[in-house]
Design a protein around this ligand. Structure first.
Ligand SMILES: *Cc1c(COP(=O)(O)O)cnc(C)c1O
Length: 419
């Protein structure tokens, strides 16, 4: 059974906490790099393969820079994410801009950066042309509708707001071809946190078949297929990692049978994973503030759902290790809570843990993606710091914690006196 272990000892953790007060997210650079290399290696057969790290999963320039050094680009979907990529030194076709319901200024920025633009809707062709001009490379996001079942987080494709229908794809590529677009890509994303490799093989098959049909019908050539993100990670102990090699082998087979057999090679394979790339290599470190014993036992932490929203939002499981108490019997049941005035501010419900006391250090696993990133300021809660353990074991702060001054920054108190 896959166990969930910490990459640092209690002693190391205490030394870090001495310097940086809890709560904080801490990322493991060595593990991120190792995983990035393995991910690339799994697709080594595919010439021009590229992963565009989904910035929304962990929008920190230090993490993005590490991934850039490993050969990854950035998948952005907002103006701020585009600027973040630019400031990190990621520009041009190292950026995939996969947005939806997109404001003009975002298209303008994406065009300025010469990013690859992935349109979410057929009406965006005219909108893009009007506001920013059509680029010579264009990608469309496909929504397979009833062809694909979808899953819990992302829902059924037919209900989803994303992407073109099949008919719209043909029409959209035709329009762009006739308006002088020369280079084409296709994209789809229909899963989130999916652990079955076959799901992605099927998705590739659908895209590859479409590429054959559209290329033949319109006489255009596709440069890439973007299989997007959604590759899952084992949040629960006992869950296994996705078999990446099986996934890659399956995609390769479809590539040979469909793309190569129809004379459409070379076609580059792109991905835009977030969770799989950084998820398991981040931890939220927090201390027990209060133990409360009423109808249930509650362990109240100094972190709250502003630091990690997934349990409250999706009922998601995040494993918890009590640093230094790993070996003790997990014989006491707790709801592990934050301090937000929302009863769903709970990191865990009915979780069996060792007996806890004030000051215990709790480490919440798998917060490296969609963790800090989802933070918010509701209830005046301030977002935590982010730390990075370098490969040599040293620790650097890669984002400071918010202060009350940050929270008040958008308010004008001078105006209040004359109000
Ligand atoms: C969220 C998102 C991703 C990344 O999803 P993960 O589940 O983190 O891999 C990739 N592409 C798009 C368009 C997204 O919205």
């Amino acid at each position: 059974m896959a166990e969930k272990k910490l990459p640092f000892s209690k002693k190391q953790l205490d030394a870090i906490i001495d310097q940086y007060p809890t709560p904080f997210h801490i990322y493991d650079e060595k593990a991120i790099r190792k995983n990035a290399r393995e991910f690339k290696k799994a697709f080594a057969w595919s010439r021009g393969f590229k992963e565009f790290f989904a910035v929304k999963a962990c929008p920190n320039p230090y993490i993005m820079k590490i991934l850039q050094a490993e050969g990854f680009g950035a998948d952005c979907s907002s103006l701020s994410e585009l600027v973040l990529a630019q400031k990190t030194g990621i520009v041009g076709e190292e950026i995939m801009f996969s947005s939806n319901d997109t404001p003009a200024k975002e298209f303008i920025k994406a065009r300025k950066l010469k990013a690859i633009i992935n349109l979410d809707d057929i009406t965006h062709i005219d909108y893009l042309e009007k506001h920013a001009g059509l680029p010579d490379l264009i990608c469309f996001r496909y929504n397979p509708g009833p062809l694909k079942k979808g899953n819990f987080i992302i829902g059924h494709p037919e209900e989803a707001k994303y992407g073109f229908t099949r008919e719209q794809l043909f029409e959209g590529y035709r329009i762009c071809r006739d308006r002088g677009v020369k280079r084409f890509g296709i994209h789809t994303m229909v899963a989130s946190n999916e652990l079955d490799p076959n799901y992605f093989v099927e998705t590739a098959e659908i895209l590859f078949n479409l590429i054959v049909e559209i290329s033949h019908a319109l006489g255009i050539r596709f440069e890439f297929a973007n299989l997007s993100g959604g590759v899952g990670i084992p949040y629960r102990p006992g869950q296994e990692r996705i078999d990446l090699d099986a996934m890659s082998r399956g995609i390769k087979k479809k590539y040979e049978q469909i793309i190569a057999a129809n004379g459409l090679a070379p076609l580059k394979i792109y991905t835009e994973c977030g969770r799989y790339i950084t998820g398991p290599y981040g931890y939220l470190v927090s201390k027990v503030l209060h133990i409360k014993d009423t109808y249930k036992k509650f362990a109240g932490l100094d972190a709250c759902m502003a630091d990690l929203m997934r349990p409250a939002l999706y009922g998601a499981y995040h494993h918890i290790t009590v640093a230094g108490k790993e070996k003790l019997s997990h014989d006491t049941m707790y709801d592990v809570t934050g301090s937000l005035c929302e009863n769903n501010d709970k990191f865990a419900i009915d979780r069996m843990l060792p007996k806890l006391t004030h000051g215990d250090t709790l480490v919440i696993h798998d917060t490296g993606a969609h963790g800090y990133a989802m933070g918010f300021n509701y209830n005046g809660k301030l977002r935590s710091a982010e730390l990075l353990v370098r490969e040599d074991g040293s620790v650097v702060q890669i984002r400071r914690a918010e202060t009350v001054a940050d929270y008040l920054r958008t308010l004008d108190f001078k105006g209040l006196s004359e109000f």
